[in-house]
Design a protein around this ligand. Sequence first.
Ligand code: NAD
Length: 298
Amino acid sequence: MEKRVGFIGLGNMGTPMAARLLDAGYALTVFDTREAAMRPFAARGAKTAASPAAVASAADTVLVSLPTPDVVKQVALGAEGISAGTKVKPFVDLSTTGPRVAREIAAALAAKGIAPVDSPVSGGVGGAVKGTLAVMVSCDAARFAELQPMLQVFGKVFHVGEKPGLGQTMKLANNLLSATAMAISSEAMVMGVKAGLDPQLMLDVINAGSGRNTATQDKFPRTILTRSFDYGFTTGLMYKDVKLCLEEAEAMGIPMWVGGAVRQLWHLAHSQIGPDKDFTTIVQCLERWAGVEVKAKS
Ligand code: NAD
């Protein structure tokens, strides 16, 4: 019988990733609490399901791309959750949940005969559309060999370890750097603009010099200088990732001084600009203080 893949969570990341699976010829069953998110998939021949349990009874492998650890837990282990499904074997979590929740879910699913696979991703919506994400997988070697061809549809696949949660630790380390680059580049750019520098010229210099990073190379030119603020990742999700990282470091007894300052600035963006706004709006906190905008000259 045809192998079927389940996909739950058709948001900014899930939609392009699930679409790439369809493009690659996988038979999909999808579920999202937003009916509208499922419609384009139904139109392309995917089956839609009424609950995570229904997906897990229809599909051999289930992937999820969900916003928060609590939602992933509910979808995996709740009454109508994946653990109530009759068919699924591997459960592949593409979300950022942190290692502790990943371990908790892994233990509960393993007890039901479902193989947990951590597989958070990095590279943004653009990377999800193009299939150029970094995919950080932790699971046993045999399971990795089985899943690798499918995960390659999303981008570059790394087997980071066997222990549940290691993929999540990898992802938190990556996102702490991404969050820091965004925060500190906002401070540097606002200072320069206030002093009278042209922001495009600043980016040209920084990106030819040693200050370049993912914010100056990609986020500032694409969504801040243009004032579109539409990178496709919310401040709420970035703040969640930084918090998860610092909580994890604290639990391990690892100090993170710079990380603590970065968390404060994201907290400010979260409370002043709003959790549902694009994460590139963090620059607006600094702009308000300085009374300038980091905007391309027209
Ligand atoms: P999103 O909020 O755009 O999408 C989440 C989707 O899950 C939505 O469609 C929502 O309707 C659905 N959903 C919520 N609760 C549900 C439930 N109980 N059952 C079924 N569906 C439910 O989020 P996103 O930006 O796509 O991010 C998804 C995950 O990927 C997050 O963990 C995020 O941290 C991570 N991530 C995001 C990016 C990015 O650039 N956006 C990059 C890497 C990783």
